[in-house]
Design a protein around this ligand. Structure first.
Ligand code: FES
Length: 183
């Protein structure tokens, strides 16, 4: 486990930026029941590991209703947890749908919990800057930090598509301020 953690801390993309995955999240990967360890491949960053926590399956949208760069706010896995579902228009890590471009993320900044509602950046396919400390997140690469104070990626909602309906099935990461994702 210690060796794997060191690899994550020193992994950089082609521009020398650290390919950050939550340090806290990775350490927590050691053992929560029901969680699975997923291998994530991020362009330019190689492969890393993340914990995916399965949650009660929930319908969140119809595929036909989504438009490129028109994010919708959903509540998952409970009414107190706001997330954003968006069709990016470009393939993304963890993306679903015919174009692999539909993703969803927690809207609670993993730095200190400020809401990221309304901060979607269509040009850069990201969230942010966060109003508190200006962190920006890349939604095409599993929500990694691209600038700012946060050191953890945005928790990503795992999605499934069935008969034109989009379901949220779990979270890759822990929602800010919680000890478990389901409140
Ligand atoms: S709360 Fe978002 S960067 Fe600090």
């Amino acid at each position: 486990m210690a060796t794997e953690f060191k690899i994550l801390e020193t992994d950089n993309d082609a521009e020398g930026r650290p390919c950050q995955l939550s340090r806290r999240r990775f350490l927590q990967a050691a053992g929560v029941g029901g969680a699975t360890i997923a291998m994530l491949t991020i362009p330019g960053c190689g492969t890393m590991m993340a914990r995916t926590i399965p949650l009660p399956r929930q319908s969140v949208a119809k595929l036909a209703d989504l438009k490129v760069d028109r994010p919708v706010t959903i509540s998952f896995p409970d009414p107190g947890a706001k997330c954003m579902l968006v069709k990016l228009g470009v393939p993304a890590g963890g993306g679903i749908g015919p174009d692999g471009d539909i993703v969803a993320f927690s809207l609670d900044c993993p730095h200190m919990g400020m809401t990221l509602i309304g901060s979607y950046n269509a040009k850069h396919k990201g969230l942010g800057p966060c109003p508190s400390h200006l962190t920006r997140f890349d939604l095409t690469r599993y929500g990694i930090v691209i600038s700012g104070h946060a050191t953890q990626s945005l928790p990503q909602v795992t999605l499934e598509l069935q008969d034109g309906e989009i379901f949220a099935t779990g979270l890759r990461g822990l929602i800010y301020g919680r000890t478990q994702n389901l409140g």
